[in-house]
Design a protein around this ligand. Structure first.
Ligand SMILES: NC(=O)c1ccc[n+]([C@@H]2O[C@H](COP(=O)([O-])OP(=O)(O)OC[C@H]3O[C@@H](n4cnc5c(N)ncnc54)[C@H](OP(=O)(O)O)[C@@H]3O)[C@@H](O)[C@H]2O)c1
Length: 194
């Protein structure tokens, strides 16, 4: 396992990653990957039971794992996530992975229930922006990175996936030190505009 050191001393410190929606799926896989590399983790999910089981597995790698059950749309929960990251060491990575797909089958935009749309936007757009804002001071301290997980549907678009394309087109990694964007993504087939 690599050894991490504070910039101002020799105390070995593990870097910290905050991953939303890490009880299963991609978030849990990423958590496994980072835990195996010596990261301390802060993870969340709404279901405490699944989250607790995942956290137990991750602790076997030897790092600290703060597992906070909650919903990313809840401001108090987001605050608790950032506080846990602060307490865990040096935050170098925020992964906004938790997402909502909305009603299934996905309704056409013309018939999309607006309360469901509001929920999708709250989870997929507002919460990641709010969590990034809250974590930014810690990330900037260490030149950390923000990764927003998106979907191929945000690139080229699929029939019936207009809502997803609209709200997930936001997602690109950002460096937290100076706000620069990573290079622009390539346009999807048939996509126009800047
Ligand atoms: N799977 C695909 O084919 C696919 C394709 C394109 C993009 N993606 C993107 O990849 C990412 C991960 O997808 P996945 O398939 O791995 O998802 P997944 O297996 O359904 O896991 C989602 C995780 O997020 C948590 N979560 C969901 N809503 C949450 C909320 N409001 N607050 C906190 N945690 C929440 C879930 O736990 P709880 O339910 O207990 O909260 C779970 O831990 C998503 O951003 C998704 O849009 C996936």
């Amino acid at each position: 396992m690599p050894t991490y050191r504070n910039p101002d001393g020799n105390t070995p410190r593990r870097p910290v990653a905050l991953i939303t929606g890490a009880s299963k799926g991609l978030g849990a896989t990423l958590a496994d990957f980072l835990a195996a590399q010596g990261y301390n983790l802060v993870i969340d999910a709404r279901s405490a039971e699944t989250l607790t089981a995942t956290a137990e597995r991750l602790r076997a790698y030897g790092g600290a794992v703060a597992a906070l059950p909650g919903d990313v749309t809840d401001p108090a929960h987001r605050k608790a996530l950032v506080e846990a990251a602060r307490a865990s060491g040096r935050l170098v990575l925020l992964v906004n992975n938790a997402s909502a797909l909305g009603p299934s089958p996905m309704p056409a935009m013309a018939a999309y229930p607006l309360d469901a749309l509001a929920r999708v936007l709250a989870v997929n757009v507002i919460a990641p922006v709010a969590l990034t804002q809250a974590a930014l001071p810690l990330l900037v301290e260490r030149g950390g990175l923000v990764v927003n997980v998106s979907s191929a549907a945000a690139l080229g678009g699929y029939p019936g996936w207009g809502r997803l394309r609209g709200e997930q087109g936001r997602a690109r990694p950002h460096h937290a030190d100076d706000g620069r964007r990573t290079p622009r993504r390539r346009r999807g087939r048939g996509e126009r505009g800047p």
